[in-house]
Design a protein around this ligand. Structure first.
Ligand code: ADP
Ligand code: MG
Length: 497
């Protein structure tokens, strides 16, 4: 769905991501963070801002915020300040949201993203996107307008989500296409899971994105007026909405009109964006430091402790694999992208006995067959039935000459869907490699008899012809001829022995 660059305008995108932190309790109250509870069953008076309550900061949320900041190369500030963002909304009973404004937890990081090729004529590329800031805030409740739940003329309010700890992660306007925005979101989601910051499940609202987009003429240095797309609930919709908004803005600019700063929603059925409201200014919120909370202090020792406790992140994994296993940059990037896939790869390597050779085999099979099957099904490795030990045994069967690679490859998808033992599958399907000399001799003789010209060329020293004859033997044996044994038999028969 990646569009070609716009002929007249450069697309400029900046993303604001809200992510739920993996804590047991809320940011300022002891109410539990739970999903799927009955409405208003995970709420504490602090979340409601009832008179006389005082918020108490959850230090675990701070630790997870620092983890996210370190994983994205941000500077964590020794002092940050919680501020009240004042606005009225039925799902915000306090009348304000506690957030950070002028003094956020962390600023100035970056994320390296891997952008897939837009078409067969393009190349994939890697680029670095700046992060402006990461701050901590609390989530609001949820209004339920669904007529089936609330009744046609009513809305309900569920405050289970009120006070759930969030990070807001704001990017610089560095993204240059919807595809880059998609790659950024995927990379960030994987990284936050790696670092244990968040489960980042979009369907549960744990990972949400607002996308800002503006256009400017190619070569211009000043940013154009931006619009903001809200409530995009899948990566695909983010990319589609940004593509649709590019078309809308380009149409206005082409007609000589100005872009009005506004908030839009995306209608996936019409593939179009729609203006919801004209943008309010930051000062409409009348931010001020929350008088109930002291400034947040984070000392160097705490940052160090969090850094030491970080698990190995994709960058470090890639570096280790490239030196230790001599993997290509491309393979290392793809295999390290998600923690589950990285763990799977390492488990297969270990099952195969470890080392560069095992890693090369594991990487080949995962890149070529496993990832293709995952892509076709639109699933991640951890939700399939394929076990690392099963893939390793299948690879070992191929490398031991018991089954040819050609026969074994379709079994990967089968193991992915149903699990099971590769050896039993090979037997049940009758896929054992043919290394029986009599059968191979018969096949070789038949091929030699059928292609006398090629045989002449091979006897004259042309290696290409030999591969052709091998291909014919494979065809006759439905891909089951053990390549080593077949080649030997063929060469012997060509010599007339
Ligand atoms: P707000 O909180 O009012 O939405 P921010 O200054 O936090 O404003 O910016 C929000 C996002 O908008 C950031 O990701 C930023 O990179 C992006 N952004 C700012 N200006 C532009 C622009 N002209 N075009 C595209 N994105 C922009
Ligand atoms: Mg915004």
């Amino acid at each position: 769905m990646t569009a070609a660059p716009h002929p007249t305008y450069e697309v400029v995108i900046g993303l604001e991501v809200h992510v739920h932190l993996r804590t047991e309790s809320k940011l300022f109250s002891p109410a539990p963070v739970r999903y799927g509870e009955p409405p208003n069953h995970a709420v504490h008076p602090i979340d409601l801002g009832l008179p006389g309550v005082l918020p108490v900061l959850n230090r675990k949320a701070v630790e997870l915020g620092i983890r996210a900041a370190l994983a994205t190369h941000c500077e964590v500030h020794a002092r940050s300040v919680f501020a009240r963002k004042n606005y009225f909304y039925p799902d915000l009973p306090k009348g304000y949201q506690i957030s950070q404004y002028e003094d956020p937890l962390a600023t100035g990081g970056w994320l390296e993203i891997d952008v897939p090729a837009a078409s067969a004529a393009d190349d994939a590329y890697v680029t670095r996107i700046g992060l402006t800031r990461i701050h901590i805030e609390e989530d609001a409740g949820k209004s339920i307008h669904d007529a089936a739940v609330a009744g046609a003329d009513r809305s309900h309010v569920d405050l289970n989500r009120a006070g759930v700890p969030l990070l807001e992660i704001v990017s610089e306007p560095d993204l240059r296409s919807p595809a880059e925005a998609g790659a950024y979101l995927r990379t960030l989601q994987h990284l936050l899971r790696y670092a244990g910051v968040s489960d980042a499940d979009m369907e549960r609202g744990q990972f949400r994105c607002d996308a800002n987009l503006s256009l400017r003429r190619h070569g211009a240095t000043e940013l154009g007026t931006r619009t903001e797309l809200k409530n995009l609930n899948s990566f695909r919709f983010v990319e589609e909405a940004l593509a649709a908004e590019t078309v809308r803005q380009a149409g206005l600019l082409d007609a000589g009109r100005d872009i009005q700063q506004c908030t839009l929603s995306y209608d996936p059925e019409r593939h179009a964006t729609r203006v919801m409201r004209v943008k309010e200014n930051a000062d409409d919120y009348r931010y001020f430091p929350d008088p109930d909370l002291i400034a947040l202090h984070v000392d160097a020792a705490e940052i160090d402790a969090v850094r030491r406790a970080l698990p190995e992140l994709p960058e470090q994994k890639r570096a280790r694999w490239q030196t230790g296993y001599e993997l290509s940059d491309y393979d290392a990037r793809q295999l390290a992208e998600s923690r589950a896939l990285a763990d799977f790869f390492e488990a297969v390597v270990a099952e195969l006995g470890g080392g560069a050779r095992a890693a090369k085999s594991a990487a080949n099979w995962i890149q070529r067959d496993v990832r293709a099957a995952l892509g076709e099904r639109g699933v991640e490795i951890e939700t399939t039935r394929l076990e690392a030990s099963a893939l390793a045994r299948l690879i070992a069967l191929v490398e031991g000459g018991r089954v040819t690679a050609q026969s074994a490859r379709p079994l990967v998808a089968e193991l992915l869907d149903h699990g099971g033992d590769p050896e039993a599958l090979v037997r049940a399907r009758g896929l054992e490699a043919v290394s029986d000399t009599g059968a191979l001799e018969a096949a070789a003789d038949a091929v030699i008899a059928a292609h006398p010209e090629v045989v002449e060329q091979v006897r004259g020293g042309e290696a290409k012809g030999l591969n052709f004859l091998m291909g014919q033997i494979m065809k006759r044996t439905q891909g089951k001829a053990s390549p080593g044994a077949a080649r030997e038999v063929l060469q012997r028969r060509l010599r007339g022995a």
